[in-house]
Design a protein around this ligand. Structure first.
Ligand SMILES: Nc1ncnc2c1ncn2[C@@H]1O[C@H](COP(=O)(O)OP(=O)(O)OP(=O)(O)O)[C@@H](O)[C@H]1O
Ligand SMILES: [Mg+2]
Length: 357
């Protein structure tokens, strides 16, 4: 069976689904496990990949349901691409398993490829092909012909706005357009599962926005996994985020549940002129059920305090009201949610998590 990488002719083989089966044919339906369409579109069970001494993916267990867009995050070399390549059937797992719509990626690779659209990392396309010829080729491999093939190509060309470059050879396209051609081929068969490895990498801001909107529009009827280094993208399009570091899953949850791990999540931040700090501190102590200490020190003559919102009866409006009523000048007042970047750093910095080459 051909796997990912380059074949002797130098063609990138993450793309075509030309599969030469050498092993005895397996009755794919017979290997299909019963699966819950709503909750188990993708099921990874202790999925592991070793390259010699390196464990690139280390016992990752995870489920993705229909309607979910899972943001797959992690430092360089964490194992995102390797995991995605295993789900898409381009790397065989060393141990553990991955299933797509109940089909095991090793035992029923053709059934899996039928249901999956895969956007590989980078843009390993057939550079000397014209864009339209490539899409026709990709659609033919998917088994479409005649009017059906035309209709499918027209649909994806419109979705990713490729009309103006159809007659150009792929190698002459800019990075962003190459990426869009790759995305178009992943969508041709309108698959139930989308595995998108850094889909917005190299796109200009307008195209980033466009692709994010597209992912959101497709989300209700599919299970989608998106790897990204752009953490704002997670809050913009993902319903959930999983963080992987050195091959191991270190967090999995909604953006809110990840932010809740931060010590300053949902803290009210109050900034008052330094001269009024003692008065503000005394007042805040009467309102808060916890000890109030000055937080940010003195920056530009402003003293800041940080108090968990749960510790104050009435929350932020109560703080505003009482400070105002006692004549304290409010320089700033806001609810701190924290940033996913901080969660990411906390979970991936240090000996166990940092980037690998
Ligand atoms: N074919 C391979 N042979 C040997 N090692 C590999 C191979 N593919 C990946 N690796 C190694 O596996 C580890 C995980 O790589 P992977 O590409 O999955 O990381 P990633 O999370 O996608 O990183 P990035 O954010 O840079 O894309 C890295 O240390 C990488 O060098
Ligand atoms: Mg990668």
């Amino acid at each position: 069976m051909r796997r990912g990488g380059k074949d002797e002719s130098g063609l990138a083989t993450d793309f075509p689904a030309i599969t030469v089966r050498r092993e005895a044919p397996v009755d794919a339906e017979a290997t299909r496990k019963s699966f819950n369409e709503m909750s188990e579109m993708i099921v990874l069970d202790r999925l592991t990949k070793r390259f010699g001494a390196l464990t690139a993916v280390d016992a990752v267990t995870m489920r993705v349901a229909k309607g979910e867009v899972l943001g797959f995050l992690g430092p360089n070399g964490a194992g995102k691409t390797t995991t995605m390549r295993m789900i898409a059937g381009f790397f065989e797992p060393t141990s553990g398993s991955a299933a797509v719509c109940g089909f095991d990626v090793v035992h029923a690779p053709i059934e899996v490829k039928r249901r999956i659209g895969y956007l590989p990392e980078g843009a390993p396309l057939y550079g000397d092909m014209r864009c339209d010829a490539f899409l026709e080729f990709a659609a033919s491999i998917r088994g479409f012909s005649g009017a059906e093939r035309r209709r499918r190509i027209d649909r994806v060309v419109e979705m990713v706005e490729l009309g103006e470059v159809l007659a150009r050879s792929i190698e002459t396209l800019s990075k962003g357009f190459k990426r869009r051609v790759a995305l178009a081929q992943a969508l041709l068969h309108d698959p139930d599962v989308l595995i998108l490895d850094e889909p917005t990498d190299g796109l200009d801001p307008n195209q980033k926005f466009h692709v994010r909107e597209m992912i959101k529009a497709m989300a209700p009827t599919k299970a989608i996994v998106v790897s990204t280094h752009i953490l704002e993208e997670v809050e913009a399009v993902c319903t959930r985020a999983a963080i992987i570091a050195r091959g191991r899953l270190v967090a999995d949850g909604t953006a809110d549940s990840l932010l809740a791990r931060l010590p300053h999540h949902n803290h009210i931040v109050v900034g008052v002129p330094q001269a009024e700090a003692p008065q503000a501190a005394a007042l805040l102590r009467t309102l808060a059920a916890e000890d109030v200490a000055a937080a940010g020190g003195d920056v530009d003559g402003v003293a800041t305090f940080s108090i968990a919102v749960d510790a104050i009866d009435g929350g932020l409006p109560a703080v505003a009201h009482h400070l105002k009523a006692s004549g304290v000048t409010i320089e700033r007042l806001y609810l701190e949610r924290g940033r996913l970047d901080d969660v990411f750093r906390n979970l991936t910095l240090g000996a166990d998590g940092e980037a690998r080459p």
